[in-house]
Structures are given as structure tokens and as C-alpha cells.
Design a protein around this ligand. Sequence first.
Ligand SMILES: Cc1cc2nc3c(=O)[nH]c(=O)nc-3n(C[C@H](O)[C@H](O)[C@H](O)COP(=O)(O)O)c2cc1C
Length: 206
Amino acid sequence: MTRRELDPRELPPADAYALLTQLVVPRPIAWVATLAPDGTRNLAPHSYYNIVSSDPPVVHFTSSGEKDTLRNVRASREFVVNVVSRDLADAMNLTATDFPPGEDEFAWAGLDAAPSAVVAPPRVAAAPAALECRLLLELTIGTGTMVFGEVVHVSVDAGVWEDGLVAPERLDAVGRLGKAAYAGTGDPFRLDRVRWRDLSRTAGED
Ligand SMILES: Cc1cc2nc3c(=O)[nH]c(=O)nc-3n(C[C@H](O)[C@H](O)[C@H](O)COP(=O)(O)O)c2cc1C
């Protein structure tokens, strides 16, 4: 089988971006709500996003360059990560528009906001879950600024729970693939973790 071998440092930055974002998939989407110093609500998706630690509970997202979200987080030190369900994908996409500062993306996308429990930025009322965060630290690497937030409150729609767990089919979160492609939760399958204890016992059987 032939393969293409690439040195990403030799690619134009736009091509390196396309390659990496087509290969690091599917990426979860942090739909980040913040407040500007003048109180303007801001909402923007970030797919450079993940968990850093669960004890303490910390997540991060990365701003490519300096955008309203990053400026607002720096000023207020608070943000809310909303989970994007399939029915909210169009609204999420609209909030990625390059609105000038001062535009309220909740209003543009026709989204109701609900008050958060412990931070000032609101959450997206229709989102199935929201992580309320306080800025822990930021780290700039090249064009990316990683924003680490301690999760100080979690709000989850009662309808997504099943037997005490969040059911992936009910959460119905979307992930980002390359270019304009997205993945739905679709057809989740299960893999139980293999333990060395069981594996080594089986290997010794014959
Ligand atoms: C699904 C999706 C994921 C995105 N992920 C990121 C990201 O991880 N980092 C980033 O800086 N921009 C990302 N963007 C682009 C921002 O959402 C866009 O630049 C937005 O206008 C920023 O808004 P703001 O200026 O209000 O912060 C993404 C856009 C989409 C549609």
C-alpha cells in the first residue's frame, strides 16, 4: 500500500491546519459562552477542546489567535462550555460567524440563554449540558492559546440520564471532522476494557 509521508513544518500553515484537523477526529466541540466587560453575551464553538483532569475537574479549549472569547475570558476569568447536540448544530455553526465585537451571538442564533448556577456568563438553555468554568491558566503555543478552566458546576438535562449515567444516544453530541464535516453520535458501540489479569490467565490456558 502506498502512503503519503509529509513534514507538516514544510506545508503552508493553511495546509498544515487542514491536514491536522482532518486527522485529529472526531473532535468534541466546546460551545463557549462568555461575557464582554460591557455585558455583551458571546458564544462561539471551539473544537480544540478536551478534558485535562477530573481531579480537580479541568477542561481546556484553544483559541487560534486572539478572538472575542479569549479577550472575554481574560477580562472576566469565567466561561461556560455548552454541549452541542445534533438539533443545535445549525445554531452552533451560525455562532462561528466572524461577528464584530458587540454582537450578541445568542440573539443572532435565536438561542435562549439561561442563568448559570455559579458563574456570570449564561448557558445555552437548549443545550443538554453545560460546564461552568473559572480560568485556571492560559498557555500560548505558536498561534494557539490554550485556556484551562476549572469546572466549578455542571448542569445536565434530566432527560439525558439513564440508570444514573449520561446516555450517549440521549446526549446526542456532535463532533467535528475535517472541513465542513461533522459526526453525530449515531451508532455508539461498546468495548469493555480488557484487564491484564484476565488476558494473562487466558494466554496461559493452552
Ligand atoms: C465546529 C467549529 C469549531 C471551531 N473550533 C475553533 C477552535 O478550536 N479554536 C478557534 O479559535 N476557533 C474555532 N472555530 C472558529 C470560531 O468559532 C470563530 O472564529 C468564532 O467567530 C470566534 O468567535 P469569537 O470571536 O466570538 O470568540 C471553530 C468553528 C467551528 C464551526
